[in-house]
Design a protein around this ligand. Structure first.
Ligand code: AMP
Length: 400
């Protein structure tokens, strides 16, 4: 962020898409806290900050008459808390762009903060509309993008707006910089062995990631629901476990490709299986390829934990995306917990570990291990796409 902020108005795209409860109270402010260093840096260096963000999906949840549900989705819901976090008064513009927004923006002086109304109140946001983006750009002298979580979307406030600022007038924020640097530690010249741990529900969500990992990882550990598609493809009996029958060929071709490349692809040797998809179901341990009808694999088993942990502990770089089982249910959380612990142990022995993407982040946070791994990404889909090797539009818009 080596821009000169002194006496400049700075349009900052943040990701304040925080969860709210029925009383419209923030239940987790992690995303807001993650953007504070950037906002504080600009304020301390003499800039005035104009914040823009989306909150929820207002266009998908319109009122019955087709209007926006302002009460539920207004960014005003976060203003008081932001003010507490920053310890400065935070102003609010009920418009995202328009006469009132422009008037309020112009009045922002060094050290002051204004929050614009939810960018997604405008249909033009998601279409990346140039007119809307230009109006946003006219509110400020400089543009900073710190919303890594939406960097994979070519929206007006994340991407299009950047083209109205030249390269000396725009920058990534600290969070965005950190996310890119940490992801690059895995992608560019990582210390080896590099082990990727991929879990979660579906193979189909992670095909591109798996294909790419097989190109450059030393070990690819596959756990979670997606493992059963691989196990079935290899001829195993998986009972009623989660399976994508239209991905069996793909699973086999990934296994073959890994062999050709000399990449070790590890599947769970055993599983904790249950006779129902709930925490009260009967459960027992079973070889993953011999699951009887009426039973389903809901977690990796003890042998798999030992096998995966051994590989993890011998790794120098670790990437983890997706839980090893249905960790939301306590009886099936052991695999995910144990793997989180193995990643934490490897990290304390000097490995670099990146936890990226949705539920594995939740698992690490839930276990209080987030400061025992090297980096926990804030961007689910964005991190996934970055690791898949895609050029994210929000990043390209700044880098040019
Ligand atoms: P994803 O969003 O693809 O990372 O998937 C996360 C979801 O996968 C979580 O809600 C888990 O409960 C679910 N999951 C993990 N393992 C299994 C499994 N063995 N069977 C069914 N769902 C699973």
């Amino acid at each position: 962020m080596n821009l000169n902020f002194k006496n400049k108005r700075v349009l900052v795209r943040v990701d304040f898409n925080v969860p709210l409860n029925a009383n419209l109270e923030i239940t987790d402010d992690t995303r807001m806290r993650a953007a504070l260093p950037t906002i504080q840096h600009i304020l301390q260096n003499g800039g005035g900050v104009i914040l823009m963000s989306h909150l929820g999906r207002p266009q998908k949840k319109l009122n019955e008459d087709g209007s926006i549900n302002v009460k539920k989705f207004t960014l005003k819901n976060i203003v008081a808390h932001l003010s507490d976090l920053l310890k400065v008064e935070v102003k609010f513009s009920p418009e995202t762009v328009g006469k009132t927004a422009a008037k309020q923006a112009v009045s922002i002086r060094s050290g002051e903060v204004l929050v614009l109304e939810n960018t997604r109140f405008q249909k033009e946001e998601a279409s990346g509309d140039e007119g809307f983006a230009k109006q946003l750009s006219e509110l400020a002298d400089l543009y900073v993008n710190d919303a890594f979580g939406t960097a994979h979307r070519a929206h007006a406030s994340t991407t299009t707006v950047a083209k109205y600022f030249d390269k000396y007038q725009k920058s990534f924020g600290f969070l965005m910089q950190k996310e890119i640097e940490n992801a690059n530690k895995v992608l560019n010249n990582p210390d080896r062995p590099l082990t990727a741990i991929i879990g979660g529900a579906k193979v189909s969500d992670k095909i591109l990631l798996l294909e790419r990992l097989i190109e450059f990882a030393d070990n690819v550990i596959v756990g979670g629901g997606m493992a059963y598609t691989f196990l079935k493809a290899q001829g195993g009996d998986i009972g009623n476990s989660l399976v994508e029958n239209d991905r069996l060929d793909l699973a086999n071709s990934l296994i073959l490709k890994a062999k050709e490349k000399g990449v070790q692809l590890l599947l769970p040797e055993d599983s904790t299986i249950a006779d129902n998809f709930n925490n009260e179901a009967n459960f027992k341990s079973q070889n993953s390829a011999q699951i009887p009808e009426g039973w389903m694999g809901l977690d990796i088993g003890k042998k798999a934990i030992a096998d995966f942990s051994h590989t993890i502990k011998n790794s120098k770089t670790i990437l983890w995306n997706g839980p090893m089982g249905v960790f939301e249910m306590s009886n099936f959380a052991n695999g995910t917990k144990s793997i989180a612990q193995a990643v934490a142990d490897a990290t304390s022995n000097g490995a670099f570990s990146l936890v990226g993407g949705g539920d594995s982040v939740a698992a690490v946070n839930q276990m209080g291990l987030s400061d025992k791994v090297s980096y926990v990404s804030t961007g689910g889909g964005a991190m996934l796409e970055f690791l898949e090797g895609k050029k994210l539009p929000g990043i390209q818009a700044i880098e040019g």
